[in-house]
Write a protein that binds this ligand. Structure first.
Ligand SMILES: C[S@@+](CC[C@H](N)C(=O)[O-])C[C@H]1O[C@@H](n2cnc3c(N)ncnc32)[C@H](O)[C@@H]1O
Length: 260
């Protein structure tokens, strides 16, 4: 039996349920169903989020020439994890994953399947402690060279705007010029009523509390950085591969920006 409390839903496992995964417990599945009833398009939204992640990493490793990734709030491994997408483009890519959920830690070896030319590492760490993350990541990443900081569907667990901005600034402050920040964030101004009810249910018992932000609030997190086209946009519409991909429901704002 696991040595952690499975009676309380945790977001990593609820998200795994939404994605159709099996690394979740009855409390996570019950919450997964309650939230899907409030917002049925959630099933599309989480898939659109994963598709955004893959397109953003492909852009960063390809067009932007990035070779180092710091992926915080990694989640339970699924298809197209950051290192898989990056190393398909550039096998020498180095990736550090960070999450605070014990189930993600238990699956960490699936995130460590690096190419021989590159490197992968996993840190059991908390986004609220960016200095500790940076110290641990420095064992694998060279912060004198550009790094892509990936905050995919995780900033909405930091409710306070000031704390959220301070975390982003601490992380990007440690990164070299030419580094990138990628964010997706649950939206308060897309399908607003259903999303509000979905989050109300989620926050009743889930360990990590979710705070929705609107497009302006998410854009503020990129303060001081140069947004790549098309800016902060519904995640499904960020450089989509097909019209069908762009049309997917996705109540998340997403963007990629460069540190000048
Ligand atoms: C919704 S999932 C997103 C997973 C993945 N980034 C994706 O978008 O597919 C959020 C993840 O962030 C993690 N998380 C939440 N708060 C965190 C924190 N303060 N520090 C580290 N990880 C956190 C959760 O454990 C979970 O695995």
């Amino acid at each position: 039996m696991p040595d952690f409390d499975t009676s309380v839903p945790h977001i990593a496992r609820v998200y795994d349920y939404w994605l159709g995964g099996t690394d979740n417990f009855p409390a996570d599945r019950a919450m997964g169903e309650r939230t899907l009833q409030a917002y049925p398009n959630l099933a599309y939204s989480v898939r659109a989020n994963r598709a955004f992640l893959a397109r953003a990493v492909r852009y960063l490793a390809g067009e932007a020439g990035i070779r180092q990734f710091l992926d915080i709030g990694t989640g339970i491994p699924t298809a197209n994890n950051t290192h898989e997408v990056a190393q398909r483009v550039a096998p020498q890519s180095r990736i550090v994953y960070v999450d605070h959920d014990p189930v993600v830690l238990a699956h960490a070896r699936e995130l460590l399947t690096s190419t021989p030319e590159g490197a992968c590492a996993y840190l059991d760490g908390d986004l609220r402690e960016p200095s500790a993350i940076l110290a641990g990541a420095a064992e694998t990443l060279d912060f004198g060279q550009p790094v892509a900081v990936m905050l995919i569907a995780v900033m909405h667990f930091i409710g306070d705007d000031g704390e959220a901005s301070a975390i982003v600034q601490r992380l990007l402050g440690a990164c070299a010029q030419g580094s990138f920040l990628t964010i997706t964030h649950a939206a308060g101004d897309i399908d607003a009523e259903q999303m509000a009810e979905m989050v109300r249910r989620l926050n009743e018992t889930t360990a990590e509390k979710t705070t929705l932000r609107d497009r302006a609030g998410v854009t503020r997190l990129f303060g001081g950085l140069e947004l790549a086209d098309p800016g902060v946009i519904r995640a499904a519409e960020w450089r989509p591969d097909t019209d069908a991909e762009a049309a997917s429901p996705a109540a998340l704002w997403g963007g990629v920006a460069r540190k000048p």
